[in-house]
Design a protein around this ligand. Structure first.
Ligand SMILES: [Zn+2]
Length: 70
């Protein structure tokens, strides 16, 4: 059975089941057809430039880990 995640619609609050292969793509709420923000199930490695643009355009919660090469 493929892994799925539940995303709550920001418009109507309905839980939508998102299959793991839809990572990074925008979906639509099954109830009100509003656009759902894309989900990322796996860590995305970013630079200082791509991090800023990602954070500014992403509407969902983000967990960030910062590191620097030694
Ligand atoms: Zn909805």
């Amino acid at each position: 059975m493929p892994a799925t995640y539940i995303i709550k619609c920001p418009s109507c609050g309905t839980g939508n089941r998102i299959p793991v292969e839809k990572e990074g793509t925008k979906g639509h709420c099954g109830n009100c057809k509003e656009v759902l923000p894309p989900l990322y199930f796996h860590p995305q490695q970013m630079s200082g430039h791509t991090f800023d643009s990602f954070i500014n355009s992403y509407s969902g919660p983000v967990l960030a880990e910062f590191w620097a090469p030694t």
